[in-house]
Structure formats: C-alpha cells, structure tokens
Ligand binder design. Sequence first.
Ligand SMILES: C[S@@+](CC[C@H](N)C(=O)[O-])C[C@H]1O[C@@H](n2cnc3c(N)ncnc32)[C@H](O)[C@@H]1O
Ligand code: SF4
Length: 395
Amino acid sequence: MPLILPPLSLYIHIPWCIRKCPYCDFNSHQANQEIPEQEYVAALRFDLEQDVTLAQGRKLASIFFGGGTPSMLSANAIKTILRDAQAIIGFTDDIEITLEANPGTFEQEKFSGFRAAGVNRLSIGIQSFNDKQLHHLGRVHNRDQALGAVAMARAAGFNNVNIDIMHGLPEQSVADAEADLTQAIALNPEHISWYQLTIEQNTAFYSAPPVLPEEDILADIQDAGLARLARAGYAQYEISAYAREKKRAQHNLNYWQFGDYLGIGAGAHSKITQPDQNRIMRMWKTRLPAHYLLAAQSQKISTTLSGHQNTFGGGSELLTAASLPLEFLMNILRLNEGAPTRYLNERTGLSLSALEPQWSALIEQKLVETEGQFLKTTSLGQRFLNRVLQQYTNQ
Ligand SMILES: C[S@@+](CC[C@H](N)C(=O)[O-])C[C@H]1O[C@@H](n2cnc3c(N)ncnc32)[C@H](O)[C@@H]1O
Ligand code: SF4
C-alpha cells in the first residue's frame, strides 16, 4: 500500500538562553549580548520558504516554539514569525501553538503579547519549586518567580498551560519530589511533564556529577508521583506526559504517532513523508546560531543567483526499510495507548510481518500486545521499553 501523508507540525528552534544549565544538552547557547532577533526572524522566514514544497499541500496542525528559551524573544517577533508561517504554509482551524517560557524571562505585558500573537498553549519550565534545588540546577528563577509565571499566564488568558517538572534531582528525597508535584498540581495546569533527570554527555553535570538518589529511592519517587498525579486527574499518556481530559499535547502526539514535522531554526530536524517518491526523509539545519545566520545570508545569495536550494548547511538522509521498524516503534510505544495498527502501513509502508519474528516473541513475553487494532506495550513492557526496542536495534 502507498504511504499516506500524515498531519504536519512545525517546530521552531530558538537557540539562546540567559545562562546554560549544568544538566542541559539541548542546542542552547548562553546569550552574552543582545540576541540578533530581527536577523533570526528573517532567517526563519527564509528557511520556511525553502521548505514550503515539503508541506505538499498540507496546513499546519501544530506549531511549537522550543529552545533554548523562546520567551526571550519579544512578542512582536513571535507575531511576525506566526504571520509568516500562516502566509507561507497556512494553519488548520484548530491549530495548537505552544511556546516554551522560562520564569524570569518575561513580564505580564510580554505574556499578553504572546497570547495576542496567536500562541494558545504555554509550556512553563519550572523544574522544581524548591529554591535550593533551583540553585543546584543553575536556574535563573526562584520559587516565587515560578508561581508568578503561572499566575501571569492565567492573567494573560492562557487556558492551556503545561508545567515542566524534573525529579530524581541531586539528593532529592521522595518527600521533596512529592512536594514539587503537590505544588504543581495546586496550580491546576492542564498538563504536567514530569521528567526524570538524566545526566547527558557534554554537560557540566557529566564532568562533575552530583549525588543522585539511589535506585530504590528513584523507584519510590516514580510510584509516589504516578499515584499523586492520577489522584489529581492527570492521566499518564506517555512516559513523561500527564494530562487532564482532552488536554494532551497535540504537537508531541504527532511526533509520537509518527506524523510529519518541519523544523526551522538552528539545528532543527524535519521528518517528511513523500508518497509520490515512496520515501521518508530526515533533514536537519546547521546547529550553531552564528552558522545558521550565515547560511541564511549565503543561501539568499545563491538562491538569487541560481535558484539552488539546500538545507541551511545541515544534511539529510532517507529512512531505510531496515531502520523503519525501530523508528516507528520507538515513537509509538512511548504512548500508553500505542498507535492504530493501520499507521504502521500508512506511515511506514511496512506490513505487520516486517515486525516479525520479534513481535510474536514479545507478545509471548507479555511485553507488547496487539489490542483492539492498536499496537502497544503492556504495563510490563512500558517498564522495560528499552528491552523491547533492543529487539529491533541491530536489524
Ligand atoms: C527543551 S527543554 C527546555 C525548556 C526551557 N528552556 C527550560 O529550561 O525551562 C524542555 C524540558 O526538558 C527537561 N529537561 C532538560 N534537560 C533534561 C535532563 N537532562 N533530564 C531530564 N529532563 C530534562 C526540562 O524539564 C525542560 O523544561
Ligand atoms: S534554560 Fe532550558 S534550554 Fe536553556 S540551558 Fe537551561 S534547560 Fe537548557
């Protein structure tokens, strides 16, 4: 069966932060001087124009401003970017537009400006409400600013707010982790992302590791947190994502359901299905902000001279048939409900037999199931997701 075009999302990367956090391996760079906002907004527009044919007639189902710290941009810049995206590709009627905001990087007026510009979901990076922890984590904000950020979001008219909280923090007890969640829940957000801290290479924490809680404490934190979130009406639908009814993150859901996305901005990735060529492509833009801005400049010149297009100094690759089972499963199996079986065929071109013989063996081991036309992990498989995916790593 031919591939079918899935929904299309747009990711917009804003690569600057006030200060680099010691645990963070995202493509984010400390801004030591004023960020080149106008130049970057112009480069984003040019980047999207180059990619417009990849939309293949689709309108955008969601947009996500991620970072870095998108809330360092002015409301006017966000307005311009959204106006450009609407003019170049267009929006579906119920588009979700999320912006990541860090407490301490905005004031009320800016939040109201983001809302007026068309942003309809805010994702606030709080991490912890404990001042000592926030200091350990190198954050620029404190507890009061975190509480203030949520109040400002509500005052600006946002009725769809996510709060990011991390757990398993240096020397954290079960009671500390629960206290963070209790405070988050008391603010009544529509969505909570609850991540376990991981120590990533090329971070300050990797070079000088902090003392993290023991395995059994981490397991207790996980159990206590899950129960607390469930009691408060936040249903887990992905490893780290919890939502009130009908408030799942549409943008992230599209990634996890193996939908398509365009990525613009420094280091942004795209995944695009091309049914007419029976293939799925990945593309990425050059990573460093200065190189990205330069690439925008030089492409403008080369495009004007020769009509030539490329990928902002980044690269591209085709997803091979051999890599597709893992690519598909590592996304859809993150979701508690998995994904409809037909997506395998529609979104990868593979049939169920391409998952064999491993899938049947995993069913035997009660790690996965094919239930009601869905491919999914069992609750045991959720806990051992790496073991499940390992079956598809060396194909
Ligand atoms: C793209 S990041 C940055 C968002 C925003 N700049 C901030 O820091 O608040 C999104 C979220 O990933 C989580 N995160 C970042 N690094 C992490 C790590 N090493 N381990 C676990 N979660 C992490 C944090 O909760 C963060 O809010
Ligand atoms: S503010 Fe967010 S993106 Fe920036 S360095 Fe810290 S965790 Fe990374």
